[in-house]
Design a protein. Sequence first.
Length: 217
Amino acid sequence: MSVQKYIFESREAWLEGRHGHIGGSDASACVGANPYKSNVELWEEMTGRRRPIDISDRDYVIYGIKAEEHLRELFALDFPQYKVNYDDHNMFLNTAYPWMHASLDGELVDNDGRCGILEIKTTNILQSMQREKWHDRIPDNYYCQVLHYLAVTEYDFAILKAQLKSEWAGELRIATKHYFIERKDVEEDIRYLIEAERKFWNCVTSGRRPDLILPAI
């Protein structure tokens, strides 16, 4: 197998390059773990039966894009034991999994020379249920995204940096959390996701509608 990293000259070219692949944000839908999109809805989008909803102009998306650069720089300051690299419009492809692609918020190298993934999330906590999803764990949809990136890049570890914003009695509160994931600890989950994505992609290429996977309660 071979992993290749590509750098596109523009966002438009990068968006075009994503066509024909499952991305990290799609991975959770393949296993019924995406709270916003089912596996059938994703299949309809990828087979041209449904137009994806454009959320690029929404405030929380714009905020996340603008904040990413600064949160990446803060990570580098707070964790000097990692070398942090980033390339705009990056995309990783792996010949072992030709239906998958990965675009990273950052690449890490630790003191032992091991390569890792930096994933950055910003979110507004509006309900206690949302807060609970971040308590000592990563929400399932983001966990699937990290597994997907580990599969494509074959890197050794991942760190997810999350900025959680909430309001209490009219006061803005911001909490930052870091989640450290070693590849060796999640190999079984990576294999499970790869097979789920393989089956989903077979449905895309064959045009056969997949059975609906309901999210766990």
